[in-house]
Write a protein that binds this ligand. Structure first.
Ligand code: SAM
Length: 286
């Protein structure tokens, strides 16, 4: 039976933590979402059903997990806090067959589950701020590409994910998250909807997998390496950043010229198509 716990009540949460000798730590970005309407909206954006395989990072004591489990989906949750894991295992989801807990650091553990089972259909998480962008980048770089991902993140990170080419927020991360996904900010969540209230704004981003990725799958790894190099130092020119590849200068000049890119251009001015051209002219020279 799924646990009947009032996740909207701060006094119930603090009582539970006290009874278990636990406290919230900043180190793991522990801010529980206590707004039931925000939780309902997040789950409805993921559209899970009884056939869905869902991953959740950082279930905490289970506010979002419970709502996901109630849809009948199979939920695999990755939680680093051993005290929270004990609550999930021993109180919240005893004998709940559609729940799997992976205890430990999600950044280290997700790849093992991916290697064994492939990508899930959905990833839904109220991500700890310190691991959010690293986790998303790592999924895409390793080609773990669920159909839909819905994340609650620091608003600033969501702005970078959704940024358009040439805008101030546009970065290598915008390209990385945009080649396989169409991304949009769904809604903002006020800090008072969390316990304890964080001192940054939060937003929910919906990442829907594109039917046709902007970069062919067999070129994605080289493309992403090139993006990393091009955006490594924002104030440097394209040519200066490319030197990190260790290729002869004349070879880089030739590739840039063939791709119609000026050596003195800044990476944030380049389109995905131009970077793809450059990737072909650097890595696939004929
Ligand atoms: N899902 C809950 C909610 O919405 O109320 C809690 C979200 S809280 C922002 C983030 C959770 O991620 C915490 O439970 C924290 O312990 C967990 N966490 C932090 N870093 C983690 C990591 N590297 N791997 C797995 N879980 C992590």
């Amino acid at each position: 039976m799924i646990w009947d716990f009032d996740y909207s009540s701060i006094s119930s949460i603090t009582k539970l933590l006290d009874e278990n000798g636990l406290s919230m730590t900043k180190k793991f970005g522990q801010n529980f979402l206590i707004s039931m309407s925000a939780l309902d909206r997040i789950v409805s954006l993921c559209k899970p059903n009884a056939d869905s395989r869902v991953w959740e990072v950082g279930p905490g004591i289970g506010a979002l997990t419970t709502k996901l489990l109630q849809t009948g989906a199979h939920v695999t949750s990755f939680e680093i806090d051993h005290g929270f894991c004990r609550i999930l295992r021993e109180q919240a989801y005893v004998d709940v067959p559609n729940f799997t807990l992976i205890e430990g650091d999600a950044l280290k553990n997700w790849k093992t589950v991916f290697d064994a089972e492939g990508a899930p259909d959905i990833i839904c998480a109220n991500l700890p701020y310190n691991v959010g962008s690293i986790f998303i980048a790592s999924l895409i770089e390793n080609r773990c590409l669920p159909k839909i991902m819905v994340f609650t993140l620091q608003s600033e990170v969501v702005e970078r994910i959704c940024a358009k080419q040439g805008s101030e927020q546009f970065s290598g991360f915008s390209i990385l998250t945009g080649i396989d996904y169409q991304n949009r900010e769904a809604f903002r969540i006020k800090s008072g909807c969390f316990y304890p209230a964080p001192n940054v704004d939060s937003s929910v981003v919906v990442m829907e997998r594109r039917e046709n990725a902007l970069v062919p799958d067999d070129e994605a790894r080289d493309f992403l390496e090139l993006v990393r190099v091009l955006f490594a130092q924002r104030r440097k020119t394209v040519k200066n950043n490319l030197k990190a590849l260790g290729r002869p200068s004349a070879e880089l000049d030739e590739a840039l010229a063939k791709s119609g890119i000026s050596a003195t251009e800044r990476a944030e001015k380049l389109s995905v198509q131009q970077i793809l051209e450059l990737e072909r002219n650097i890595y696939r020279r004929v």
